[in-house]
Design a protein around this ligand. Sequence first.
Ligand code: NDP
Length: 283
Amino acid sequence: MILDGKKTAKLQNDILKNKIAEDVKQWRQPHLAIILVGSHPASLSYIKGKLKAAESVGMKATLHHYEENVSSDEIYNKIKTLNQDNDVDGMILQLPLPKNLDEEILTKAIDASKDADGFHVMNQGLMYQGKPNIKPATPYGMTLLLEAYNIDVKGKHAVIVGRSNIVGFPIARLLMDMGATITVCHSKTKDLAYHTKQADVLVVSVGKKHLIDASMVKDGVVVLDVGINKVDQKLFGDVNYEDVYEKAYAITPVPGGVGPMTIHALLLNTYHLYENHVKIMHK
Ligand code: NDP
């Protein structure tokens, strides 16, 4: 079975669009603000997708685009202004930033109440305590995709390859909350295949084209491939899709799997922040 993230995101975005259409009869539109520095082609393409998706569900989406040589102070001040702007619900600082800008300081400057990506330490802390408010978009999107295909991970062994703060580590927590038993692998893991072969659910977020092939998985595995690797203008996952497809019970394609669900989760996060801002204010 193909876990079609594009189709699922479209269906779920339509539901969100209907909710927003109802909301705007009483309140203002939800508003997502995106800060982009420089013109890296991949970042431009991600931003285009996010702006288009936000507008397609009836959100206001604004882009704050800066030249590569912008100062840290200017971006910092923009983030602070957007933090205080009551018209803005969610904010994204598109990563990676040029080397002259401090990614950590600037990411931390985004207020937890505007954290559409779900990267803020407070939101991550709440999630790790099992009380999620805003979840990191990619792991959140993956859990929604599993739910959409009625894949129950309770009692299953989930093996996660990669331990980044934005994908590997938080998806481990979310899958554990859903009842899975977890193994997390990383660059220091000895005999990666030994672990991946035990996976009922395999999540791969590394950034290495075709790191995982059919010899490294067991029959009936559910595969969520997060990796995006551009080679000769073509996109490849971390999993060799053609090779693993026959053995898998279900698998995400690249592109069209986890990526669109990440954008959907970003919109859901923005909508959730909007509810906090607008609806709760009017209660
Ligand atoms: P990071 O680069 O932050 O982390 C990579 C992880 O992979 C690290 O934990 C690293 O281990 C581990 N790793 C590296 N080499 C190996 C190896 N040979 N065997 C096992 N583990 C290894 O990755 P991200 O999670 O941010 O991103 C990974 C990929 O996913 C990228 O291609 C990125 O573009 C893509 N991505 C896609 C998204 C989407 O929406 N589809 C969203 C986010 C990312 P260690 O910690 O030991 O260094």
